[in-house]
Design a protein around this ligand. Structure first.
Ligand code: UFG
Length: 320
């Protein structure tokens, strides 16, 4: 297929491009390079420097395309609460621009990066797609809002979609094809790595009084190459006539923050300086996915999401 990957120079997007190229698709990347990295742009893909707020650039980029994978979003939860306008404009208006341009040009397939943030603070710790959605931050709200629009664009404009609710995306391409580091990372593993290489003196573990075995939060860490594989499978599913769906992407297995730190120390053979601080507002104690539906619908099975592969693949990119 001819696929437009919007946000294809970003952390997850570049892994998606790598997997699409492996599968033999023709890829055009559309990215405004606000957080995308030049070294993440694959030479075998066409590159268009453009912004989803620019409708005419989008419409031009969609010409000759069969499917769109959209990963161009603002994703810092804390920032979304401080600056909701930025998130409304980029994540909601920008995505509506894409859908409207797709409807105009006649592109029928759409794969959307959604997030476990749509669930908020669920009552259960293992979450399937039928769990109530109740985002507790504006970022999660923008993702849920787009899922709702997608239902309408399917009915009214015939755009079939897969919305993929990622749990905690981690790791780097095991073949070393993606080398661009995220700037100013907010997530746990890149912060651990920055301590490991001396870019920051120490890290904080937010809270040690959660109702978990070691008192720190538990998350479902999914390797970004496994996420990428799910996108390639989603395209095949849509091309084969599959109906629109929303799917969780996680392993179903949780790891605590302390376990992530200790496992990194063990694998790297060096200490990660850390201290325990107050809980971070809005952090649920345990978030893990039930991802049986993605297995059933897409035949998707994570193969890189063991902690050793996650940590060592990330380390190879940080340690150079
Ligand atoms: N954490 C620390 N110290 C840090 C950073 C994180 O202790 O310096 C802890 C957090 O408190 C949390 C865990 O590590 O318990 C994971 O935190 P992340 O910020 O890496 O990830 P989150 O689980 O908060 O959120 C991530 C994405 C969101 C997405 C969510 C879905 O960042 O965009 O997963 O599960 F919505």
């Amino acid at each position: 297929m001819r696929v437009l990957v919007i946000g294809g120079a970003g952390y997850i997007g570049s892994h998606v491009v790598a997997d699409l190229l492996r599968a033999g698709h023709q890829v055009r990347i559309f990215d405004n390079m606000s957080t995308g990295r030049p070294e993440n742009i694959f030479p075998d893909a066409e590159f268009v420097h453009g912004d989803i707020l620019n409708v005419s650039a989008l419409t031009t980029a969609l010409t000759g395309v069969d499917a769109v994978i959209h990963l161009a979003a603002k994703k810092a939860v804390g920032e979304s609460m401080a600056d909701p306008a930025k998130y409304a404009i980029n994540n909601i208006s920008g995505t509506l621009n894409i859908l409207n341009a797709m409807a105009e040009v006649g592109v029928r397939y759409f794969v959307f990066s959604s997030s476990a943030a749509v669930y908020g603070m669920p009552d259960v710790s293992v979450i399937d797609e039928t769990c109530p959605t109740n985002p507790i931050n504006f970022y999660g709200f923008t993702k849920l809002e787009i899922e709702r629009f997608l239902g309408w664009y399917d009915r009214l404009k015939g755009i079939r979609f897969i919305a993929l609710r990622y749990f905690n995306a981690v790791g780097y391409d095991v073949d070393g094809r993606v080398r661009g580091l995220e700037q100013n990372p907010q997530n746990l593993l890149p912060i651990i790595m920055e301590v490991a290489v001396g870019m920051r003196p120490k890290m904080c573990i937010f809270g040690r009084d959660y109702p978990t075995p070691d008192g720190t939060c538990i998350r479902d860490y999914i390797h970004v190459s496994d996420l990428a594989d799910a996108h390639t499978r989603a395209l095949a599913y849509l091309e084969n006539g599959g109906e629109s769906r929303i799917l969780n992407l996680g392993t179903g297995q949780g790891h605590s923050v302390l376990a992530m730190v200790q496992e990194t120390e063990r694998l790297l053979g060096r200490p990660i300086a850390h201290e325990f601080t107050e809980r971070r507002p809005g952090d649920p104690a345990i978030l893990t996915a039930r991802a049986d539906e993605a297995r059933r619908v897409l035949g998707w099975v994570p193969t890189h999401s063991d902690l050793e592969t996650i940590i060592t693949s990330t380390w190879r990119v940080y340690h150079r």
